[in-house]
Design a protein around this ligand. Sequence first.
Ligand code: CDP
Length: 204
Amino acid sequence: MIIAVDGPAAAGKGTIARALAQHFGFHFLDTGSLYRMVGLAALRAGGEPIAAEAAIAAAKSLDPTAFADSDLRNEQVAAAASIVAVIPEVRAALLELQRAFARQKPGAVLDGRDIGTVVCPDAHAKLFITASAEVRAKRRQLELGAEDYEAVLADIRARDERDSKRATAPLVAAKDAVVLDTSGMDIAAAVKASIDVVERRRSP
Ligand code: CDP
């Protein structure tokens, strides 16, 4: 079984996807971390502005073990990720890796932007997790321990815009996705609602 969890930055999809994987005993892949690795590798190779060739080369030779999670979780790397994510060759280079992961037994949960639309259009259950930009910025500010709320909100808005408007695999809910707005939900409620959606798909 494949579960696709998509949505914009800081909507809670990572936490929900992890909880789903644990609940069902499935494998879990945070596909955003792949784009973050490519973004960071491109920054390291040539600084800013990011060179497309450096990003493509990094995506083609990606070694996920070469990156520490702590290096990936900051807004500079998040912005770099969304810049390299616009490049079709980068997306193509990461596609088979994600699909191979999704084929694992007994099942897999992948979270990202285009899992239900492009990577796994045949996923058995699709969730699109969203929340208002203001709520997402508050969550991300807490997660990062950042001081400047307005700066975090601006980063999130810039990323939303880039992710939604790109030509290749833009951020959009799949037609058959269940949309969950978590603006007024705590994490326990959002996880429970997501488990219910998947349970309904498992036993129609
Ligand atoms: O955790 P957060 O939602 O802030 O970001 P992320 O999931 O780590 O993704 C970072 C960036 O990678 C996004 O802003 C997207 O531009 C890109 N991405 C993508 O294009 N496709 C995916 N399947 C996952 C991430």
